[in-house]
Design a protein around this ligand. Structure first.
Ligand SMILES: [Zn+2]
Ligand SMILES: [Zn+2]
Length: 296
């Protein structure tokens, strides 16, 4: 998925008076205490009123600790969560969030937290998404053999402000999640070590309410979505007028030949068919070093 930073818009700024979403509340599907963070960023945007959805079992779509493997992309999982909730609640507007963790897509030696938010309007068949990929994460997993190794790992991943999971921490083959006390961590480690001589698997608990770093990335994603929604179509006022395609051809500053650098973006409305081309960025000319004629 292509990630680009949306430049602050100097057109169609926040439509304070727009009531596009004011007819009906937007139900947020979450189990892990993300409500405050997400609602505070989005409430009021075009009349959005975020409400916490009654608990819906979305674990059928996969869980973090891998008991049920996720088969879909994060976007597809989030969309399914939203649609499942819309169906169960008979709701028009639903908001779902989805996090995934792994190597950073471009700097794969670094772990990354990818947070995605999706707002779906079932009735009008519209959806808006925002994604943040951040290296501000403690996501990690190790096998430790000694208390020293365990505590070194714990310190590195910001325990106890960030919780840990110990595999076989109950000594019965189960996993113990949400550990935030050193005494409990040590107990779980000893039980697991006694049951398995090959070491104990310990990992960071990535559930948002046990992981302040993740919560701050979720907040970033929520603000990004608010920012995206704030730009409206100038024809029909649908929120989320956004670039959908970029075109290369930024002219060389010496000879004027179009280069491969992005030049224009096509912005489009997803409700009506209105679209327009706008400059990709503030740079009007390309460095001759990027030109196939000046720098073959
Ligand atoms: Zn040139
Ligand atoms: Zn429109």
């Amino acid at each position: 998925m292509q990630i680009y930073i949306l430049k602050p818009p100097n057109f169609g700024a926040m439509e304070e008076k727009s009531r596009f979403f004011s007819q009906t509340p937007a139900w947020l599907v979450t189990k892990h205490g993300k409500y405050e963070t997400i609602a505070s960023a989005l409430n009021g945007v075009h009349g959005l009123e975020i409400k916490l959805a009654p608990e819906i079992d979305t674990d059928v779509l996969g869980t973090f600790s891998g008991e049920i493997e996720r088969l879909d992309s994060p976007l597809e999982t989030a969309r399914k969560k939203a649609l499942l909730a819309a169906q169960r609640l008979d709701a028009q507007l639903v908001l779902a969030s989805e996090g995934s963790f792994g190597p950073h897509p471009s700097a794969f030696f670094l772990p990354a937290d990818m947070e995605l938010l999706i707002l779906v309007d079932v009735k009008r068949q519209l959806e808006w998404t925002a994604e943040v990929v951040s290296t501000k994460t403690n996501f990690d997993r190790v096998r430790v053999r000694t208390v020293r190794e365990l505590l070194d790992f714990a310190r590195r991943v910001m325990f106890p402000s960030h919780a840990l999971i110990v595999h076989n921490g109950d000594g019965q083959g189960g996993i113990v999640k949400g550990i935030t006390e050193e005494s409990k961590l040590l107990d779980c480690f000893r039980l697991a070590a006694a049951a398995n001589g090959n070491g104990v698997d310990v990992e960071t608990d990535m559930r948002a309410h046990f992981n302040p770093s993740r919560m701050s990335v979720i907040s970033e994603a929520a603000h990004k979505l608010a920012q995206k929604l704030s730009i409206s179509c100038s024809v029909c006022e649908c929120p989320g007028f956004a670039p959908v395609k970029h075109h290369s051809g930024l002219p060389c500053s010496w000879c004027g030949t179009p280069t491969r650098l992005p030049f224009l973006s096509t912005w489009a409305c997803q409700l009506c068919s209105y679209h327009e081309d706008r400059p990709f960025g503030e740079t009007e000319k390309a460095d001759p070093g990027q030109c196939d004629v000046c720098n073959p």
